[in-house]
Design a protein around this ligand. Structure first.
Ligand SMILES: [Zn+2]
Length: 173
């Protein structure tokens, strides 16, 4: 199956269409982005991976990841400390994963579940799309800079070799 066929196949499965993560995926697809989902070989198994833009996306549940000032994240009145500790651990793990991914050259975008509710979906998709494109631009710029630096180095090498050769010629005379 081509990615297009697979996508159409999945789009027909309406039951799977309801999770916030899938809503975001389909919206990004419509924006023209191509991605891989649930990539296990990357730290934290990112929900959406866009290799061309060197970007990974996590869709975070507001409760489990402790979305600050969000109505979906209220600490339960019983076992409060237990829940707070659990959310704090998730938070730490998220930061660790973030650091690892950035170390590997990936830009990380976090999207909160509440940002993917129908009322906010359009503006969230717009924000995320802009961020993805910007990440792609930055990566290409860096690539161009790396290429320039390599060329400068080679140029220096050539100049040095030419100087050494000239020196040897002088010594022979
Ligand atoms: Zn939230």
């Amino acid at each position: 199956m081509t990615p297009e066929q697979r996508h159409n196949c999945m789009a027909h499965n309406k039951a799977k269409d309801t999770t916030p993560e899938v809503r975001l995926r389909h919206a990004l697809w419509r924006e023209g982005f191509r991605y891989r989902a649930n990539v296990k070989r990357l730290p934290g198994t990112p929900d959406i991976v866009l290799p061309k833009y060197h970007t990974v996306i996590f869709v975070h549940g507001c409760f489990w990841h402790g979305h600050k000032d969000c109505k979906k994240y209220t600490v339960p009145k019983t076992n409060t400390e237990f829940w707070q500790a659990k959310v704090a651990r998730n938070h730490e793990r998220d930061q660790e994963v973030w650091r690892k991914l950035e170390g590997l050259g990936w830009a990380v975008i976090i999207v909160w579940e509440c940002e993917l509710e129908k009322a906010h979906l359009a503006e969230t998709v717009q924000r995320v799309s802009e961020e993805i494109r910007r990440n792609g631009d930055i990566f290409r710029q860096n690539q161009a800079e790396r290429r320039r630096a390599r060329e400068e180095y080679r140029e220096e090498q050539r100049a040095r070799q030419a100087r050494e050769k000239a020196h040897l010629v002088e010594l022979k005379h």
